[in-house]
Design a protein around this ligand. Structure first.
Ligand SMILES: [Fe+2]
Ligand SMILES: [Fe+2]
Length: 286
């Protein structure tokens, strides 16, 4: 390796693993062998990564056995790892069985890693029992403090959370991060150099910006959805693929987000498996 490569951050972000207890299958997709393929893919292609973040929806139904299976499969990867929670997870169940979980001082599954001039800031947007994510005052305050530190230390910030804060103009926006303007206010007020925001949750690959910050989402380990944009009616198609994770590479000036697909066959799934994708409502802006 040369000096440039030694200082180049490589961050893996996986999301929406949606594991069930071993052998259980939802909608014809067994997420466990898919997750094994994801780990195998990272082991083969990105052994040199600095960190691997699992950005929530670790399980489909918060079963203890599914969390155990998650630990079993991810043990096949040697990278430093961090785990975040999504709306399909239950914080209490996860924490009861998690081995050395990431926790902030308020008991939320949040934290940060400072690597090669970057702060990887990982937020807990899960609200057990709620499809929609949220960040309460305590979590916003914590985020603000971590951003101030990053600014003081001249660190570039990459923000990872489960719920997409950016409106995608798709029905999923009705359960994106609640009151995203509160987080945006904290980010703007911090003055921190936020170079990328990345989320899962929406099961689709997107890139764009949110309030001026580069923002991307990944499709994850379960089904993916077609871009079903405002104005569309009827059934939204769901696909068996891609299953993908993000590889973010940053030298502090150049930050690239790659979408690494480890399952790539795109077959439309039976619409009857997704009755809630028929005649969906779009988010209403006040
Ligand atoms: Fe999900
Ligand atoms: Fe989700």
């Amino acid at each position: 390796m040369d000096i440039y490569t030694d200082n180049l951050l490589k961050l893996i972000v996986m999301s929406d693993i949606h594991l069930l207890p071993k052998g259980d299958v939802a909608r014809g997709l067994d997420t466990a062998p898919r997750f094994m393929r994801a780990i195998q893919s990272v082991n083969t292609l990105h052994k040199d990564a600095d960190l691997c973040v699992f950005a929530g929806d670790i399980t489909e139904k918060s079963d203890v056995d599914a969390y155990k299976l998650f630990d079993e499969i991810r043990a096949g990867n040697d990278l430093p790892q961090r785990v975040l929670l999504g709306n399909h997870d239950d914080r209490d169940i996860y924490l009861e069985h998690a081995n050395n979980p990431m926790l902030d001082e308020n008991g939320f599954v949040a934290g940060f890693n400072d690597i090669k001039g970057h702060r990887i800031l990982m937020l807990d947007s899960s609200e057990p029992g709620e499809k929609r994510g949220d960040l309460c005052e305590q979590r916003l305050e914590w985020t603000s403090e971590r951003l101030s530190e990053a600014k003081a230390q001249d660190l570039k910030v990459i923000l990872v959370l489960h719920h997409n804060p950016c409106a995608l103009q798709m029905p999923v926006d009705t359960y994106r991060l609640a009151a995203p303007e509160k987080l945006l206010k904290v980010l703007h007020a911090s003055g921190a150099d936020i170079i990328q925001i990345i989320a899962g949750h929406c099961h689709i690959t997107t890139a764009g910006s949110w309030g001026g910050y580069p923002s991307a989402t990944i499709s994850g380990n379960q089904h993916s959805v077609e871009p079903f944009l405002r104005g569309r009616t009827g059934q939204q198609d769901c696909y068996e693929a891609p299953a993908q994770y993000a590889v973010i590479m940053s030298d502090g000036v150049n930050c690239a987000v790659h979408f690494q697909c480890y399952v790539n066959e795109s077959k439309i799934m039976n619409p009857e498996l997704f009755p809630y994708k028929l005649d969906q409502k779009f988010e209403i802006f006040d």
